[in-house]
Design a protein around this ligand. Structure first.
Ligand SMILES: [Zn+2]
Ligand SMILES: [Zn+2]
Length: 449
């Protein structure tokens, strides 16, 4: 039984492109009592691997915390794998606003002591005595109350590119650091102020709200489903967004735009910019904000030192790195005195610029139909087996394969199971004229735009 990834990230990216199927980026969490997290982990891996689901997931005795990418076609089947467990019946899946088929390229499920590193000793307080959950509309309302203190429970690099207006944004690198800091900072307001908290997907507030109630705060509220759910609700309900900028996310997208406001600066030149990147030097990987011009000039590096390192022969780079641990610092470091325009701690609510509608290099939207089974050289006719979707006369199609390359054409006429027809469905054998030779297993796609 395969319980671990067998493909590299590059191989996976290639496969996802070849399959041409839309994927959904989503996240969810649940607190529960899990007897055997290792067994739970293995069962999830087998079920999700079969559905081509990818992501980063933590499981512990106390529950599950998952960030994932799931093929849209398998979404319902994926949901069913959750329904098997009582504590995940009807669970809310936070589906991202902006989609990227490459948000995750591996399925990694790790067994941990806790699903969030909060540094709390759960035995010392009642974790079920949580704050009041607020949906977007009520959250907006409470933010207008002058008696409200709103606190961002994320890290400095997250709040830097986007936050709620007027929020306290602690200058911390980890969630566990922020709890005692806030407790101290707000100690005189425990009785009469509303303590309102938010985070990315809601999970960090689940226990933090109980902790602060235990610390004596009387009126504790939390944003239900976090910024991800808030963004969805303001869109659906046509509400004003009191969140400005981008929501930092922990997948390859590194951020999801909520409003057009750019509230941060390129860490190198100071130009308004909110695109995070990781330093291209494998011995550094610093997470920082870099504009396109600086990216080009610095070759995606955070400093001239790193730039020089990347120009060394690989063997020498490896030697420089030996003994230094960087893997886990990708999100944590985020700070370096080389970055002149890095801001943390108190942040301004001022919009520095308006984001241009990003015109992505036009990626062809396509859906896979099937594969080539034969090519009749003399007649110049290809035979394809339909496996997915539907093919119609008049469709723009793409035939792709390692030898064939990418060949586009308009389908003018076809035979479906040896009879002329205008529509073909999965299971049908389709033949049509093709002016070039196709190879066995070449893929057939329909182009959607
Ligand atoms: Zn710049
Ligand atoms: Zn660097």
């Amino acid at each position: 039984m395969q319980l671990y990834n067998t493909l590299s990230a590059e191989e996976r990216a290639e496969l996802i492109d070849q399959a041409g199927k839309q994927r959904l980026t989503l996240s969810f969490y649940a607190y529960a009592k899990i007897e055997d997290p290792k067994k739970f982990r293995d069962n999830l891996f087998v079920a999700w691997n079969a559905l081509d689901a990818l992501g980063r997931i933590y499981v512990a005795h106390e529950g599950i915390n998952a960030q994932m990418s799931v093929p849209a076609d398998n979404f319902e089947a994926f949901r069913e794998t959750l329904e098997v467990y009582d504590f995940m019946k009807g669970i809310r899946l936070n589906v991202a606003v902006e989609q990227d088929d490459h948000s995750f390229l591996k399925l990694t499920i790790k067994v941990r002591d806790k699903i969030v590193a909060d540094g709390l000793n759960d035995e010392t307080f009642d974790v079920t005595n949580k704050g009041v959950h607020l949906a977007a509309k009520d959250f907006n309302k409470i933010l207008e109350d002058p008696n409200t203190i709103v606190v961002d429970f994320r890290n400095h690099y997250e709040s830097e590119i986007g936050h709620f207006k007027g929020a306290i944004t602690p200058d911390v690198e980890t969630f566990r650091e922020s709890l005692p800091i806030i407790n101290e900072q707000l100690k005189d307001f425990k009785e009469d102020k509303n303590l309102v908290m938010y985070c990315t997907g809601g999970i960090r507030c689940e226990k933090a709200s109980a902790y602060f109630k235990h610390q004596g705060f009387k009126n504790v509220f939390q944003l239900e489903g976090g910024i991800i759910q808030y963004a969805k609700q303001i869109k659906e309900e046509g509400l004003e967004s009191k969140f400005i900028g981008k929501n930092f996310v922990f997948d390859n997208r590194l951020g999801e735009r909520i409003t057009d406001d750019i509230v941060s600066q390129c860490h190198q030149c100071g130009k308004p910019c909110d695109n995070h990147t990781n330093c291209a030097n494998d011995g550094c990987h610093l997470l920082f904000i870099q504009c396109d011009e600086c990216k080009a000039a610095m070759e995606n590096c955070c400093s001239t030192e790193c730039l020089e390192v990347t120009h060394l022969p690989l063997a020498e780079q490896v030697k420089l790195r030996s003994g230094k641990q960087v893997g886990n610092k990708v999100f944590r470091k985020g700070k370096s005195e080389k970055l002149a325009f890095k801001h943390s701690g108190e942040l301004s609510d001022q919009s520095l610029a308006t984001a241009k509608k990003t015109i992505l290099p036009k990626k062809i939207k396509k859906v896979i139909l099937g594969k080539a089974e034969h090519y009749y050289v003399k007649a110049q006719v290809g035979l394809f087996l339909m496996e997915n979707n539907e093919l119609n006369v008049g469709d723009k199609i793409l035939i792709a394969g390692p030898t064939t390359g990418n060949q586009e054409l308009i389908l003018e006429k076809m035979l479906v199971n040896d009879t002329e027809a205008i529509t073909a469905k999965p299971g049908d054998k389709v033949t049509f004229a093709i002016p070039f030779r196709v190879r066995l297993s070449d893929k057939l796609y329909k182009i959607l735009e």
